[in-house]
Design a protein around this ligand. Structure first.
Ligand code: IPM
Ligand code: MG
Length: 372
């Protein structure tokens, strides 16, 4: 029996291309694992009305962790139109399978390292080494949303908060509402994950990125929790920066920051900014980490126009595989893989299209394998 059981979720579009090369790299590294395919994505939405079928959920309950490629999602009307005729008009609703996975398995920590590898022509500046911790299940992704807003909900809100009176004259159909819900436990968990990581990896600061001057209750809870947790980590400074100013500082002085921690939506936004500072989506790896399961994925999408062309940069996927190896405790293999990736970038011979070259996805993987 293999040492690990790994769920294998290629998903849509270029997810298949990058997962194929990830497999070759993991085999070259000699990881002792069994890979179990899981159906996920657009194809299953169209045919079954479910992009994350129950059989895939069952499979994920039986593995150590999973690797995930990419997913296609489209606006509501197009989703409905794509269904096989038998499933149309049944009120099926497309929900992003990755967001569902995060919720279902309580993958509360989203880890997104953004490092400027030496020699990457796409680096915005050299010396950038940021790691974003994004709360992954709460906030604006809680899924408590209304349109129209039911009268009972409006009445209760008005009873408890006079600010709701501002909308008295607006009809329920003309109101939409998405609740930003934070729990103390959720805040504490993501802040602690950020500080633990900073401590283990020698970062000097953790910056909590919120907006407590305006969004007083939710961002306020996050920042107050951060101050509490910081007391347990005397060697690490806690910096508090508002999300808007943070975007500005990250463009101005990205080298000054280390670990960043934020809530779900702000973390989503700021992590794309950080990714672009170090070469964009072709370099953006991530881990969705829970207590029982972790799912590692490149943060790029499925890029349907490049599907099957062996074209896209697989490094985001390979760096996600590196995060998986770390999580499994295979730190030797993880650093071997990272060093090989760093060497390929530094040498500058293999350059995918996003880096201004014509190296193919599979050739980039060959280059990495040659450095192992
Ligand atoms: C991400 C993505 C997802 C998100 C989308 C695809 C639902 O942007 O992983 O950052 O919003 O979390
Ligand atoms: Mg995003």
């Amino acid at each position: 029996m293999a040492k690990y059981r790994i769920g294998w979720l290629p998903g849509d579009g270029v997810g298949n291309d990058v997962m194929a090369v990830a497999r070759r790299v993991l085999d070259a590294l000699g990881l002792d694992a069994e890979y179990i395919h899981g159906d996920i994505g657009w194809e299953f939405w169209k045919a079954e009305g479910d992009a994350l079928p129950q059989r895939t959920i069952d499979m994920l309950n039986s593995v150590d962790c999973a690797l995930f490629g990419a997913i296609t999602s489209l606006p509501k009307e197009e989703c409905e139109a794509a269904l096989v005729p038998e499933l149309q008009g049944k009120g099926l609703i497309y929900r992003s399978p990755i967001v569902r996975l995060r919720q279902l398995f309580n993958l509360a920590t989203n880890l997104r390292p953004c490092k400027a590898f030496k020699g990457n022509p796409l680096n915005y500046k050299d010396g950038i080494d940021l790691v974003v911790f994004r709360e992954n299940t709460e906030g604006l992704y809680s899924g408590v949303e209304y349109h129209p807003v039911p009268d009972e909900v409006r009445d209760v809100l008005k009873k408890h908060n006079k600010n709701m009176g501002k909308y008295d004259a607006v009809a329920g159909e003309d109101l939409a509402m998405s609740c930003r819900i934070f729990s103390r436990g959720g805040c504490e968990s993501i802040i602690r994950a950020a500080f633990d990581y900073a401590q283990q990896h020698g970062y000097k600061s953790v910056t909590v990125v919120e907006k407590p001057n305006v969004v007083r209750e939710t961002s306020g809870l996050m920042v107050r929790t951060a101050r509490e947790v910081a007391k347990d980590f005397p060697g690490i400074e806690l910096w508090e920066t508002n999300i808007d100013a943070m975007c500005m500082w990250l463009v101005k002085n990205p080298q000054d920051y280390g670990v960043l921690v934020s809530s779900n939506m702000f973390g989503d936004i700021v992590s794309d900014l950080c990714a672009q500072l170090v070469g964009g989506l072709g370099f953006a790896s991530s881990g969705n980490i829970g207590t029982k399961l972790a799912v590692f994925e490149p943060t790029h999408g499925s890029a349907p126009k490049y599907e099957g062309m062996d074209k896209v940069n697989p490094l985001a996927m390979l760096l996600s595989a590196k995060l998986m190896l770390d999580w499994l405790g295979e730190s030797e293999l993880a650093s071997k893989l990272e060093q090989a990736i760093a060497a390929v970038i530094a040498k500058g011979e293999a350059r995918t299209y996003d880096m201004g070259g014509s190296t193919k996805c599979s050739e980039m993987a060959d280059a990495v394998i040659a450095e192992l």
